[in-house]
Design a protein around this ligand. Structure first.
Ligand SMILES: [Zn+2]
Length: 291
């Protein structure tokens, strides 16, 4: 037991040294996705599509291979919305999808929504915490997976249309570009700034997901990466929701700040605290190594 713990510590120290740049990469992604040129990543000025193009180029830079139509899976909104996120029925948006092959075709899937509320009049909703931060984490996981090819195939799904009612992820679940029966675990990340009070895992209590959350908690108990790992039953509060019947699917978000705001113009890059980011990513890496 002691030897295993020491070995794990050595491994983690190794990964810490290797990935000292983790929050630097995430900070750049959050800064770029919250820039005025993204228009809050909604329908206005096609901010969502500008953001999708950016996410696609990051996937390519990180060695991720395309799924769908050259990384894109298009969908159309069925309903008009007049409050942010304002959308017009028939408006076309897209999910951005890719994979890094492993030794086996059993998959670990990471998901995050890259779009946000867009604009209301001249006011931009930057959406740093929600969810440039989760997008950054998933892109960062792709970067790491490319550097250390693993046993499992890794899939990266960046969804559009989340703020309008989980529209992009629903489209993907109905028209999957991967075999969902071969997914060992799906991890959705949405709201990843701050985290001074730890992490919450949604859909943590099902028969399929509980063993994974137990493992995550055991690793955290050993090393104290997060202040705590809390658990909730399933809820339709993010993109993992549609997958829960198809494969083990959990949703992780941070508890406590610092972050600038939620669904407000104050959810800015400068308000997005990344002090816990490296610890959380090290926890996720240790977790992945033990799956
Ligand atoms: Zn969100």
């Amino acid at each position: 037991m002691v030897r295993i713990a020491r070995l794990l510590t050595l491994l983690l120290l190794g990964t810490t040294a290797l990935h000292a740049q983790d929050s630097t990469y995430a900070r750049r992604i959050i800064r770029d996705l919250t820039a005025p040129e993204m228009y809050g990543r909604g329908m206005q000025n096609r901010g969502d599509s500008i953001a999708a193009h950016y996410v696609r180029s990051e996937l390519m830079a990180n060695g991720v291979r395309p799924l769908g139509d050259d990384y894109y899976q298009y969908f159309r909104f069925q309903q008009t919305r007049t409050r942010p996120p304002i959308v017009r029925a028939g408006y076309r948006s897209q999910n951005v999808c890719g994979y890094i092959p492993g030794e086996v075709d059993t998959m670990i899937v990471f998901t995050a929504h890259y779009e946000h509320l867009g604009m209301s009049g001249d006011t931009i909703f930057p959406g740093a915490h929600d969810n440039a931060s989760g997008t950054a984490a998933v892109l960062d996981l792709a970067r790491m997976a490319n550097q250390h090819r693993g046993h499992y195939t890794y899939v990266f799904l960046l969804f559009g249309g989340e703020e309008s009612g989980l529209v992009g992820s629903h489209h993907f679940a109905l028209n999957p570009l991967i075999e969902l029966s071969k997914v060992k675990l799906l991890v959705n990340i949405d709201l990843f700034c701050g985290g001074d009070e730890g992490l919450m895992v949604v859909n943590a209590n099902s028969r399929e997901t509980q063993p994974y959350v137990d493992l995550l908690e055991r690793i955290n108990d050993l090393h104290g990466f997060a202040a705590k790992i809390a658990r909730r039953d399933n809820a339709p509060n993010s993109d993992h929701y549609w997958f829960a019947g198809e494969c083990p699917a959990i949703f992780i978000y941070t508890l406590g700040g610092p972050y600038g705001g939620y669904h407000s113009p104050a959810d800015t890059c400068s308000g997005c605290g990344l002090g816990n980011y490296h610890s959380f990513m090290t926890l996720l890496r240790a977790f992945l190594e033990q799956l």
